[in-house]
Ligand binder design. Structure first.
Ligand SMILES: [Zn+2]
Ligand SMILES: [Zn+2]
Length: 305
């Protein structure tokens, strides 16, 4: 684990004022005194460029998650829930080499998000950005990771001019976070494994141009499905996942003032299906923005911001 940094401009982190500053972030700088980002700039559309950010999901769901984001010469992978081979092949389908990825960022300690982080590091040389608690509580064996960069939930991590906001979630992980990626005034949300509709979510979703948004289960399918009672309770409880209706309600509150597309994500295999999730969203908010699904069995289309 690196303590002294050569990371320099590739990975600079600051903690917004009000949060406790701890200078234990390994290879990158953490400065509590840094200026907070002025959120007003996020709404300015004159900085918008059609090609300024692209993203696609390699896979989304309890069978494994990984999302690729590229902006301003920086490429990031969010989560490592699919095998190194699958990640490499699926990126190749889009003309991307996983060895060129700048960093791997981990959202939380559940296996469908972290289980292959060690492989991505050892096989492809990716530095792993993760919170100390997430790393400590990871139940699966990651193997040796010689380059870990610690961040804390709530930190903002910079890769050159690309910023990644980390947002604490009430999901039943040790220290889960959602992400917002910002580049040139465009913002992408990666909102899955959310627990419940916590109040800050609406502000975050209101301030992005596109988002992966959890739409995990249909309540009736869950109730009538094969899961044991304790698992059903966990999923619909306050630290589990968002149902289609909850996800749609959130989207309805946000509207389309800024948001331009949604990719419904982390759909359950047993308790949901794409058509049910899409139909619920359309019923609740009429499809206020174009809706897509980030699927469980392969990559999504490419989304641009
Ligand atoms: Zn998950
Ligand atoms: Zn999870």
């Amino acid at each position: 684990m690196r303590r002294a940094s050569l990371w320099g401009e590739r990975g600079v982190c600051y903690r917004p004022p009000g949060l406790v500053s701890e200078n234990v972030t390994g290879g990158f700088t953490c400065r509590s005194e840094a200026e907070p980002v002025d959120k007003r700039v996020f709404g300015q559309r004159d900085t918008y460029r059609e090609d300024s950010m692209l993203t696609f999901s390699l896979q989304s769901g309890s069978n494994g998650n990984a999302i690729y984001v590229e902006a301003d010469g920086v490429s990031l992978l969010f989560d490592a829930g699919i095998s190194g081979r699958q990640a490499e092949l699926r990126l190749q389908q889009f003309g991307k080499d996983i060895r060129d990825v700048t960093a791997l960022l981990i959202s939380h300690d559940h296996a469908d998000h972290i289980r292959c982080a060690g492989i991505y590091h050892r096989k492809f040389g990716l530095p792993v950005f993760v919170t100390p608690q997430t790393l400590a509580r990871t139940p699966c064996t990651l193997g040796d990771i010689s380059h870990v960069e610690h961040f804390f939930a709530g930190d903002v991590i910079s890769f050159g001019l690309v910023r990644v906001y980390t947002i604490p979630t009430p999901h039943d992980a040790a220290d889960g976070v959602a992400f917002v990626v910002e580049s040139k005034g465009n913002r992408l949300g990666i909102f899955t494994d959310l627990g419940h509709l916590f109040p800050e979510l609406i502000d975050w979703l209101s301030d992005v141009d596109g988002a992966y948004l959890e739409s995990n289960y249909d309540p009736q399918m869950l109730a009538e499905g094969p899961y044991p009672p304790h698992l059903k309770q966990r999923i619909r409880g306050p630290h589990g996942h968002l149902s289609n209706a909850e996800s749609a309600r959130l989207a309805a509150q946000v509207g389309n003032e800024r948001l331009r597309w949604l990719a419904l994500a982390h759909l359950s295999e047993q308790n949901n299906c794409p058509s049910v999730a899409l139909e619920t969203h359309r019923r609740v908010h009429g499809g206020i923005v174009p809706l897509h699904v980030a699927g469980r069995y392969g990559p999504s289309e490419v989304f641009r911001l």
